[in-house]
Ligand binder design. Structure first.
Ligand SMILES: [Zn+2]
Length: 428
């Protein structure tokens, strides 16, 4: 009993510490909402224009509408429009107006346009001042970064689960990037669960983008996977709880080879088939019987004999990468479909079975279903947290671990909890 209350107290202290650290790390600013704008100036709107005595028409650019089409109905002289478009060309070329983008016309009591604002995208807009000194200026909206957390339990896919929770679709993509080497997101299990601490970018109260995943925990088949985004100096990586990078490099070659007997090419003369044929692999010549290693952690999908491939093994590493090893003299005992292998593990031995002239491994590499030259791929080789940053990393990790260790609820988390809390504080 006493232990329990001590534990509860410890958790409380940790939670408070975590919140303090989080606030210090990433101050949660209120997205530029009504409250903020009103204190700045009572009569200026979200575009910083003084709207006193002006009537505002909110419109949408339609197909094939030109700049002058937008302004001539509002008593702006055609010559004036042409001059403005030409003098302000370096700021904004009016031929870049896009259909289906909003624009706003500010009319005086005579119905004459004084300003026009064109919303070029969700974060920037163009102000056309049609007054005595006509001008065009490009403005950026204030983008507020908000730190949020979300947790959930997988019912079908991560995408669907996050969608049900009202999250931005990009969040599931970011998650599969972060855990690409650890978790095959196409094979999640019902009941897998997660908690994610991440950044979101807001303009006003509109969510425009998902930022970085700051920390995450994914429980897959009852196994815990953690990610902590550590940024320091040149380092910007996601590490696991012991400080190893989540990104893993491939071994550059599956064997200790003597020479590359044939490189990857779209077209080559095949010595056995006596015709030109693409060679979508790299041939590593080595002595018969030399062990062949898996170039990365993965799951065996094929381990069999084929007329052309001879004895071969194919494996899937993650949602992105697949590799294949051909012409083995022998597949290693125990290597069969469904078996999980570690990087560097022996999966077979060099030979010349199938369509091969000499002892070699034909190594094939797929990225997103496309065969690519693995020697041209930029595959990162990332070490653990640099020693000099170890203490900082551990502090960061421990602060996030408090939140990541909270029990994961089966009911959806309320939408935008951080925003809501903050709005409550900001309200008068
Ligand atoms: Zn080959």
């Amino acid at each position: 009993m006493r232990d329990r209350s001590l534990l509860a107290a410890a958790i409380m202290i940790a939670v408070v510490a975590f919140l303090i650290v989080r606030v210090m790390r990433a101050p949660i600013t209120h997205p530029a909402g009504e409250g903020v704008v009103q204190t700045a100036s009572l009569s200026s709107d979200e575009f910083g224009l003084d709207t006193q005595a002006l009537e505002i028409r909110d419109e949408m650019v339609s197909r094939n509408q030109t700049f002058s089409d937008l302004l001539t109905p509002h008593k702006v002289d055609y010559q004036r429009i042409v001059e403005l478009a030409s003098s302000g060309k370096d700021v904004f070329d009016v031929r870049r107006l896009k259909a289906q983008r909003p624009y706003h016309v500010y009319l005086d009591s005579m119905g004459v346009a004084k300003y026009m604002v064109y919303e070029q995208n969700r974060t920037s807009y163009v102000v056309f001042d049609l007054g005595d000194n006509p001008s065009i200026r490009l403005e950026e909206r204030e983008v507020a970064k908000v730190v949020r957390s979300v947790s959930g339990i997988i019912s079908s896919s991560l995408f669907m689960t996050l969608d049900d929770l009202g999250e931005h679709p990009a969040l599931s993509i970011s998650m599969s990037d972060v855990f690409a080497w650890q978790i095959d997101f196409s094979r999640l299990q019902k009941g897998d669960s997660f908690r994610i601490v991440f950044e979101e970018h807001y303009v006003g109260d509109e969510r425009v983008q998902v930022g970085d995943i700051l920390a995450a925990r994914f429980i897959h088949r009852d196994e815990d996977y953690f990610a902590f985004n550590f940024v320091e100096g040149d380092v910007n990586e996601h590490y696991d709880e012991v400080g190893n990078s989540l990104r893993k490099a491939f071994l550059i070659a599956p064997v200790e080879y003597k020479r590359i007997s044939s490189g990857f090419s779209g077209r080559r003369f095949h010595p056995v088939q006596k015709r030109y044929k693409a060679h979508l692999g790299t041939d590593y010549a080595a002595d018969r019987g030399t062990p062949i290693q898996a170039t990365g952690d993965g799951v065996v999908t094929h381990a069999t004999y084929g007329k052309y491939n001879g004895n071969y093994v194919k494996m899937k590493h993650n949602g992105t990468y697949t590799t294949q090893y051909l012409h083995m003299s022998k597949i290693k005992t125990g290597i069969r479909p469904g078996v999980r292998v570690k990087q560097g593990q022996t999966i077979g031995f060099v030979g010349s079975t199938g369509l091969a002239t000499g002892n070699h491994v034909c190594y094939r590499f797929w990225k997103n279903g496309q065969q690519v030259d693995h020697r041209r791929e930029k595959i990162p080789s990332i070490g653990p947290v640099p020693t000099q940053f170890r203490t900082q990393f551990e502090l960061l990790r421990d602060s996030y671990l408090v939140e990541l260790s909270l029990p994961i609820q089966s009911e959806p988390t309320p939408a935008y909890p951080v925003l809501k809390d903050h709005a409550a504080i900001a309200a008068p």
